[in-house]
Write a protein that binds this ligand. Structure first.
Ligand code: ZN
Ligand code: ZN
Length: 268
């Protein structure tokens, strides 16, 4: 019995037999739903298989949108990838990228896929030190960049995410391509020399601020000490002990028995 036949039969059965019991009706309805579900699932699978086959044979690349669709991703995230395939125009062979290092055409690479940088994997391998990654935190600090310099200034900077090895509960950290960060820093600060000047100025200002804060703190401490001793004096009259002589200073001093207040004086 075909799926369609079954569905039709069960629906006509419902029409022809008004004397069916409630239990029978429920069972028929359940069967009909299940049949529909099975058909839907089969259609989905067929569609996906078609998408996967076309991907396999053509090795689809979408350089324009900045992502590459491959078979593995399809298997991993069937539904998500299906939507992407449906939405993006099918790229053709001539949309392959050209490496800015070796001028050879290539379909995709780690750098093109993740950072929109047209450098093939071979060239990345050879010049690996040119393609170091940097965390967003370090990039901000070393190149005096703000969030908007990453996320709003065009073109927005691409990044990959990685689990933060130090602060696991803070989730993922963003890794940028250092050469793109340097480029961005030059755009923001005009030149790397200007950046250095700004960093130096920032350091000087930081030092000044710290100095100011330190002096303020000291002032407050002195004030507190004055207020403290005044308060103490309010409810207690010093009761000094014996007179001592300090031969280093050639001074006499007395110490209060209660609060250890010390008065010094020279013998006249
Ligand atoms: Zn290359
Ligand atoms: Zn006292």
């Amino acid at each position: 019995m075909s799926l369609t036949g079954f569905t039709m039969e069960s629906s006509s059965e419902t029409e022809k037999s008004p004397e069916l019991s409630q239990e029978q009706k429920i069972r028929i309805e359940a069967n009909r739903k299940r049949a529909l579900e099975i058909r839907e699932q089969k259609e989905k699978t067929a569609k996906l298989a078609k998408v996967m086959m076309s991907t396999q044979s053509k090795k689809l690349v979408d350089s324009g949108a900045g992502f590459f669709i491959d078979e593995e991703e399809l298997i991993e995230e069937k539904k998500k990838e299906e939507i992407i395939v449906e939405e993006s125009p099918l790229p053709t062979q001539d949309q392959h990228l050209k490496c800015i290092k070796c001028n050879k055409s290539f379909p995709f690479s780690y750098l093109s896929k993740n950072f929109d940088l047209n450098v093939c994997d071979t060239c990345k391998e050879i010049n690996s030190d040119e393609y170091d990654l940097i965390t967003k935190t370090d990039a901000k600090e070393q190149f005096l960049l703000k969030d908007c310099d990453f996320d709003f200034r065009e073109p927005t900077l691409k990044f990959i995410t990685k689990k933060n090895p130090h602060k696991n509960r803070y989730g993922e950290m963003k890794l940028y391509l250092k050469c793109q960060i340097v480029e961005r820093a030059i755009t923001v600060h005009e030149s790397l020399e200007k950046l250095d000047e700004k960093k130096e100025l920032k350091l000087v200002n930081l030092h000044k601020t710290r100095q100011r804060n330190y002096e303020k703190k000291l002032q407050n401490l002195r004030k507190e000490a004055r207020q403290g001793s005044k308060k103490l004096a309010d409810f207690h009259k010093h009761e000094y002990g014996e007179e001592h002589y300090d031969d280093n200073e050639d001074k006499y001093f007395k110490i209060c028995k209660t609060c250890s207040h010390k008065i010094e004086y020279e013998e006249l």
